[in-house]
Design a protein around this ligand. Structure first.
Ligand SMILES: Nc1ncnc2c1ncn2[C@@H]1O[C@H](COP(=O)(O)OP(=O)(O)OP(=O)(O)O)[C@@H](O)[C@H]1O
Ligand SMILES: [Mg+2]
Length: 242
């Protein structure tokens, strides 16, 4: 069981205050980070994965210890799928994931079996030796999810894993993520309600850098003031004027 705790996390890009006094505690389970373009979802994910620094005074604790003190001990437990990643078209799926496994510091002797394991989890074993250039959008997204699963991370961060997918591929990807989530903290960002409403244990609603609400889907939809109570109407209640 892991705990990731954010305390008073802030981020400025110059004068832009992109993340404001963010407090939250994550436990094993699936968390959906919901908010429109520019809300601060990627900023938060990039801070949690140590790709960017938060402002001074921000605290991020992994099982009670500062992630900056833990450093590589913390990073080795993270799997990250960044937003908008390019794939090498001439690489096969196995070679691409193997290359990232090397970068991640996975023991050379274990790379082949680990690559096979993660490609099997995303149901790409049969095309592992095919070049990425010929893959559909959904297959590419699954390759990117596979690389995030290398080393069986305890913290899995997926920044818009369903971006650009057709409805069928969205469902496949959503089911895949929900099956992978055991014994992990999984954080998924999206601005599409249906991507997370059936799989997330908790949803965080972010607006202009602030956490404006959070809770289970059932608890959140009780806050809808109109008769039609669902996450979509709650989304419109919070973000409709934007
Ligand atoms: N490197 C940067 N320099 C300056 N401003 C930035 C930078 N990165 C993000 N921002 C700004 O910070 C705010 C939050 O951006 P962020 O990318 O975190 O939002 P997001 O919720 O991930 O949006 P999207 O749904 O479009 O991916 C936006 O106003 C954005 O313009
Ligand atoms: Mg983003």
């Amino acid at each position: 069981m892991s705990v990731l705790k954010l305390e008073n996390v802030n981020k400025h890009y110059g004068n832009k205050h992109a993340l404001i006094d963010f407090d939250y505690e994550f436990h094993d389970g699936i968390y959906g980070l919901l908010g429109p373009n520019g809300a601060g979802k990627s900023t938060m994910m990039n801070i949690i994965t140590q790709n960017i620094f938060s402002d001074k005074g921000s605290q991020i604790l992994w099982n009670g210890e500062s992630i900056y003190k833990l450093d590589s001990k913390y990073r080795s437990q993270i799997g990250f799928m960044p937003q908008q990643q390019e794939l090498y078209a001439s690489f096969t799926a196995a070679r691409f994931v193997g290359y990232l496994a090397t970068l991640k510091g996975i023991d050379g002797k274990k790379i082949k079996s680990e690559v096979e394991r993660v490609l099997s989890l995303v149901e790409l074993s049969d095309v592992s030796n095919k070049k990425l250039g010929g893959f559909s959008g959904g297959m590419k997204q699954r390759v990117l999810i596979a690389q995030a699963l290398l080393g069986d991370p305890k913290l899995l961060i997926l920044d818009e894993p369903t971006a650009g997918l057709d409805p069928k591929q969205r469902v496949i990807t959503r089911n895949l993520i929900s099956n992978l989530a055991e014994d992990k903290i999984v954080i998924i960002s999206t601005h599409i309600v249906s991507d997370i409403e059936t799989i997330a244990d908790e949803i965080l609603l972010i607006k202009s850098g602030e956490l404006i609400d959070s809770g289970s889907v059932s608890a959140l939809i009780e806050k809808v003031s109109s008769d039609e109570k669902n996450l979509e109407t709650l989304y419109m209640q919070y973000y409709g004027e934007q």
